[in-house]
Write a protein that binds this ligand. Structure first.
Ligand code: NAP
Ligand code: MG
Length: 401
């Protein structure tokens, strides 16, 4: 059979540790036999980031802007322990942070559901995708500790030097003050990324803030979303039979728990931080969580939500066989290939991505899985396989498709 041809290269960002090992196996076993893979390769492994003074990370993000679709392996964010381990010149910044800043994107995290692994909320039969706004609020705050009373005011000086003042509080004793901000441009980018992704997945988009209490700050978020929806998306949403839905954050939380899933939940920065951990834990496993960075102008970078699985890598280095779950990384590849197929009008490529995902899920649902899933699966005839066997088992099913 002839291999599927590609016209535009994917931006391939290689990474570190166990996921770097899986990366090569996924390509060799599941992709290269079927696809005449075109990639522009960037080695974001820590060794090469250090050699290039992290320039490779910037170059890979610029290439993503140029081509539109990237697939990324998990990478080490260096801490003190990594300095001697990799003989680093500097404690390089998180590659994900660098790429996100260059693409100005929003991260969407979606769980992969399989039979035998029941979410802690059993009514969640469809995935809930969480989108977290990645700028401002409490993550870029200014704080002051108040000692022995005093007056706290909020002061804004405009470009002409005019001051606007609001009393925050007159303190009698000790206390604390916090200053927050956000910018319309970032909120607009977030709104567009979420509303575009809703069109992509053909799913409703939910957004919630506390605008009844925060009548200017949170209300601004609500208004920006609504304006952009009404002006740019309403017709497209109605044509697809999907909706944009706004409610209060406490109401949203209650509805999410009672829901069956199947929508995108757009969250302010703090809400997204907290809720994404709750939602991913409730679905069962970080190794079954995909992640895609979407920029407001429609650039996509696919990856797994988990890290480099360091503990497994050290076992691997000692020659021990590991049972590491490659599902989220496989879905990063399938997501990127499907998107490339859509953009370049290569339906065979998108169809291959669908089959790869189907074969992966079928493997697990037929009882063949890695150790992390083996521990939580309720299937009766289940079998634990090692990292490489798992990929070979998926390929057996993929070949038949
Ligand atoms: P991790 O790699 O996500 O692994 C934490 C633990 O979760 C593992 O030890 C393993 O548990 C389990 N696990 C995660 N993914 C798994 C998989 N695919 N298959 C089986 N088990 C899996 O997080 P970490 O150990 O905290 O971080 C390691 C490195 O990853 C760090 O250097 C960090 O900077 C980096 N990181 C990168 C990204 C990214 O690039 N997106 C994200 C997060 C972290 P057991 O050991 O109990 O089996
Ligand atoms: Mg967090």
């Amino acid at each position: 059979m002839a291999k599927i041809q590609m016209t535009t290269p994917l931006v391939e960002m290689d990474g570190d540790e166990m996921t770097r090992i899986l990366w090569k196996w996924i390509k060799d076993i599941l992709i290269l036999p079927y696809v005449d893979l075109k990639t522009e390769y960037y080695d974001l492994g820590l060794v090469h980031r250090n050699e290039t003074n992290d320039q490779v990370t910037i170059d890979s993000a610029e290439a993503t802007k140029k081509y539109g679709v990237a697939v990324k392996c998990a990478t080490i964010t260096p801490n003190a322990a990594r300095m001697p381990e990799y003989n680093l010149k500097e404690m390089w910044k998180s590659p994900n942070g660098t790429i996100r800043a260059i693409l100005d994107g929003t991260v969407f995290r979606t769980p992969i559901l399989v039979k035998g692994i029941t979410p802690y909320i059993p009514t969640w039969t469809k995935p809930i995708t969480i989108a977290r706004h990645a700028y401002g609020d409490v993550y870029k705050n200014t704080e002051i500790q108040v000692k022995n009373g005093g007056k706290a005011e909020l002061v804004y000086t405009d470009k002409d030097g005019n001051e606007t003042r609001e009393l925050i509080h007159t303190f009698d004793g000790d206390g604390i003050i916090q200053g927050l901000h956000n910018v319309d441009k970032s909120i607009e980018g977030f709104a567009r990324a979420c509303l575009n992704y809703g069109l992509d997945l053909k799913q409703d988009v939910w957004f919630a803030t506390k605008d009844t209490i925060s009548k200017k700050y949170d209300h601004r978020f609500k208004d920006i979303f609504q304006e952009i929806y009404d002006n740019e998306y309403k017709e497209k949403y109605e044509a697809l039979g999907i909706e944009y839905f706004y409610t209060l954050i406490d109401d949203a939380v209650a509805r999410v728990i009672r829901s069956n899933g199947g929508y995108i939940w757009a969250c302010k920065n703090y809400d997204g931080d907290v809720m994404s951990d709750m939602v991913s834990t409730a679905y069962g496993s970080l190794a079954m969580m995909t992640s895609v960075l979407v920029s407001p102008d429609g650039i996509y970078e696919y990856e797994a939500a988990h890290g480099t699985v360091q503990r497994h890598y050290y076992k691997h280095l000692k020659g021990e066989v590991t049972s590491t779950n490659s599902v989220a990384t496989i879905f990063a590849w399938s997501g990127a290939l499907r998107k490339r197929g859509e953009l370049d009008n290569i339906p065979e490529l998108s169809a291959f991505a669908d089959k790869l995902e189907k074969a992966t899920i079928q493997t697990i649902e037929e009882g063949v899985m890695t150790g992390d899933l083996y521990m939580i699966s309720t299937l009766e005839n289940k079998k634990k396989v090692n990292s490489e066997e798992f990929l070979v088992e998926i390929n057996k099913r993929l070949e038949k498709m």
